[in-house]
Design a protein around this ligand. Structure first.
Ligand SMILES: [Zn+2]
Length: 207
């Protein structure tokens, strides 16, 4: 790797037990602060975790394009698929890569732009009250063991800090518009590994 290709990643701070720090950042994630966020409105606090999948280009897990996209640094000429992403400003709080590495783009205290038009149990604008976690992946193939392990560990830590009472897929809160995390995401496994009660999964009545 030549010096000019070293990504601008702040070092992971591994001090003490993994936790969300006073500013809403996970101590064991690589921090890549995105400008794509705003304050949560009024007294909104995170009560919902939204699980997504994303890969850029689709099904390609070898690039750093997700981070570039969330940082408004995507080279839109680098791949035909990137063309329609021009001008889009989006983000998620977290991305879990295929090897289980966790990246954080927005403080959990802030409103990231991951859900779009959405509704959870009659409450609109899910970005106001949710934390978005993107799994690097697609609707067409299974996720990695390391991703389930990282997701469950991260969710347990988030739940310790914020009054989360539900976990949903993007497809649950934007049906007809979004399909992620897709048919390969194993909700039973996530529930088991995260040790959350079934009541946290209102869209998964069988678990
Ligand atoms: Zn999504």
């Amino acid at each position: 790797m030549t010096p000019q290709h070293v990504p601008h990643v702040q070092p992971v701070v591994r001090q003490g037990d993994p936790h969300i720090d006073a500013q809403g950042w996970f101590t064991h994630a690589s921090r890549r602060p995105s400008p794509n966020f705003e304050a949560r409105p009024g007294d909104a606090v995170p009560t919902l975790i939204v699980v997504h999948n994303i890969s850029l280009p689709p099904d390609d897990f070898t690039t750093d394009a997700i981070a570039d996209f969330f940082l408004n640094k995507l080279d839109h000429d680098a791949h035909p698929y990137f063309d329609h992403l021009r001008g889009m400003r989006v983000s998620a709080h977290f991305v879990i890569r295929r090897d289980g590495a966790i990246q954080q783009f927005v403080s959990c205290d802030e409103r990231a732009w991951h859900a779009g038009v959405s509704s959870f149990c009659g409450r609109e604008r899910c970005n106001d009250f949710s934390i978005g976690i993107e799994l690097e992946g697609s609707d067409r193939m299974p996720f990695e063991d390391a991703q389930y392990a990282a997701l469950s560990a991260l969710v347990r830590i988030i739940v310790k800090r914020y009054p989360i009472d539900a976990v949903a897929g993007h497809s649950d809160i934007a049906p007809g518009r979004k399909t992620d995390p897709g048919p390969h995401f194993d909700w039973q496994r996530m529930r088991h590994d995260s040790a959350l009660p079934p009541s946290f999964f209102p869209f998964q009545p069988s678990i």
